[in-house]
Design a protein around this ligand. Structure first.
Ligand code: SF4
Length: 443
């Protein structure tokens, strides 16, 4: 589909955003720092909610199953060219699928080696492979570790029942193999990037959090299911974007707030990226994720055929929604930065509509994930379909932070040399609790 055809679905930004005028006005693109490279476009699982194989975009059917050696090499050269042109010291490379370990680790190792071989001297790449874990073995982990590749694992929780939506094509559960992978990774913290979990409202948030924390991941990504105003997520009604703010039902906000309280009040656990990012934003720091905040997106995807794509989550919007019409054989990544969809994701508050721009939590929320703003026939300039849920969560975290800081200011901390005891002073226990809270907010 051409950009003009796509504009029937998303006139903003595809035809309404004038990128040449933006550039002429001095708005420069932000260099890319994250490259999501598709190693394999098929998967051995058939998760019921998968946004790649169950989404509106079916372009995966026409792509090669595995990235060819020539595609890997050309992609690596394009990354190196971008790194060199923009003087980047390091980039992040995420090797994805489908399932990137479909045919063993060779393709993953080959892609990583190609990127490292092409990078200019003194420049680095943090390389991670994101897997469903079912094909992960100790021998594979050894080879990935030797190549400096860390592993991220996708799970819906830490029990068989919580992973019932993650089955293979014959309906067999993935949990026995995936839980084996989780145990292998927990024994190798240096190579463990973390867990990625898509929220299921039907699952008890406490059980999800505690069971995942028990797998000892260094970090935990809790993802809102990819959805939009035309195709709302499970548990949210169809409603109009202009009625987004102040909606009474906030099931996702409540689910996440429950997990936040367990994380904040409990024993030190994994870093939960969404919570850390919101806390950072509340403290005035920039975000490092596209889910919240106003920082420009600096990530692109290269598919198995070398096509340069925006982000996979856009596959839930309409057929070919992630397409840029560019590929690594003919185009540079700098050219991709001038695609209206890519430029829109770098505009921060200027990409948002009037509802978001007038919102009191906009600096923290940032309109949520770009994909979740989609409305068919209009595009990506609405508030997030999770608007009320995001505001609920942000206000909840702000309240908890405020309470902790009020507590901090109300106590007289003990002198280091001669600890005080008594009314109005912090006992050793209080001091430890406060330290625990403070250390958990560090990024
Ligand atoms: S900034 Fe977030 S909470 Fe505010 S209106 Fe936009 S989507 Fe809703």
């Amino acid at each position: 589909m051409s950009e003009v055809e796509g504009s029937a679905f998303a006139p903003w930004p595809l035809t309404a955003l004038d990128v040449p005028a933006l550039r002429a006005a001095g708005r420069r693109p932000v260099p890319l720092r994250q490259f999501v490279l598709k190693v394999h476009s098929r998967c051995n699982l058939a998760c019921t909610y998968c946004y790649i194989y169950q989404g509106r975009d079916r372009s995966w059917r026409g792509r090669p199953a595995r990235a060819a050696t020539a595609t890997m090499r050309r992609t690596a050269q394009r990354i190196a060219e971008h790194v060199d042109r923009h003087g980047l010291r390091e980039v992040r490379v995420d090797l994805h699928g489908g399932e990137p370990l479909m045919n063993g680790p060779e393709a993953v190792l080959e892609y990583a080696a190609a990127v490292r071989a092409e990078l200019p001297e003194g420049r680095g790449a943090h390389i991670t492979v994101q897997t469903n874990g079912t094909l992960l073995t100790a021998a594979t982990l050894d080879r990935l570790a030797a190549a400096g590749i860390r592993v991220g694992l996708s799970l819906d929780g830490g029990t068989a029942a919580l992973n019932s939506r993650r089955t293979d094509h014959a309906g067999r559960p993935s949990w026995p193999a995936a839980s084996r992978a989780a145990r292998l990774l927990a024994a190798r913290p240096d190579g463990y990037a973390g867990l990625l979990c898509t929220i299921d409202l039907a699952a008890d948030p406490a059980l999800v959090y505690h069971s995942l924390a028990a797998l000892r991941p260094p970090s935990l990504d809790l993802l809102l299911p990819h959805a939009n105003w035309t195709a709302p997520p499970p548990g949210l009604p169809h409603r109009a974007p202009w009625a987004a703010r102040g909606a009474r039902e906030v099931p996702y906000g409540q689910w996440l707030a429950t997990v936040f309280d367990l994380w904040w009040d409990g024993e030190p656990g994994p870093r939960v990226r969404l919570f850390s990012e919101i806390i950072a934003l509340l403290l005035g720091l920039p975000s490092r994720t596209e889910s919240v905040g106003l920082s420009p997106s600096a990530a692109l995807v290269v598919d198995t055929d070398g096509a340069i794509e925006q982000v996979d989550s856009l596959k839930t919007a309409y057929e070919h929604a992630p397409a840029t019409g560019l590929d690594v054989f003919r185009n540079t990544f700098d050219q991709a930065l001038d695609h209206p969809g890519v430029a829109a994701r770098q505009l921060g508050i200027d990409a948002l509509g009037a509802v978001c721009r007038g919102c009191p939590v906009v600096r923290v929320c940032g309109g949520g994930n770009y994909t979740h703003r989609y409305l068919e026939g209009s595009g990506f300039r609405q508030p997030s379909v999770y608007c009320a849920d995001l505001e609920h969560l942000i206000r909840h975290i702000a309240h908890r932070l405020d309470t902790a800081l009020t507590y901090h200011n109300s106590v007289t901390l003990p002198d280091r040399e001669s600890p005080q005891r008594g009314p109005g002073s912090a006992s050793g226990e209080d001091w430890g609790a406060l330290q625990g809270r403070t250390s958990r907010t560090r990024r």
